[in-house]
Design a protein. Structure first.
Length: 139
């Protein structure tokens, strides 16, 4: 429940302060006066116009999206992103399982975190020192 954009806890705090400041004998008369004032404000035509205008201003972005058809584009983008996130999660899980299957000596403790050092015994040179053949791995 929101009254003048105040929550229930805030309203209770204000009432507690009012009881402390006004005392129990003047709180009843002050509450009646405050109730009349709030009723007068909320039943006023200007107040209703302000509320209506505020509601319309909050709905403008949604109306613009619907009228231009961008809401369908946004839904397509959201679904594409969720699909992409799912694919990335699968690829990440595959990479983690591949890393867990490497021997302990292949994982370097030096260098940046997550760096992998492939032992020389795992690859055979093809004659070019900068190119290793994937098909010539040793057993």
């Amino acid at each position: 429940m929101q009254i003048f954009n105040l929550g229930i806890g805030e309203v209770l705090f204000i009432l507690l302060i009012a009881v402390i400041v006004l005392g129990p004998e003047r709180i009843v008369a002050s509450s009646r006066r405050a109730g009349r004032w709030i009723r007068a404000v909320t039943s006023n035509r200007v107040w209703r116009d302000i509320l209506t205008t505020t509601r319309e201003l909050r709905e403008i972005p949604n109306q613009l999206l619907e009228e231009t058809g961008l809401n369908m584009e946004m839904e397509g983008i959201r679904s594409g992103l969720s699909t992409f996130n799912g694919e990335i999660a699968v690829e990440l899980e595959d990479a983690r399982s591949d890393l867990s299957s490497l021997p302990a000596e292949a994982i370097s403790t030096e260098g940046p975190p997550g760096s992998i050092e492939i032992p020389d015994s795992a690859l055979v040179s093809t004659g070019n020192p900068f190119r290793w053949s994937e098909s010539r791995k040793l057993p």
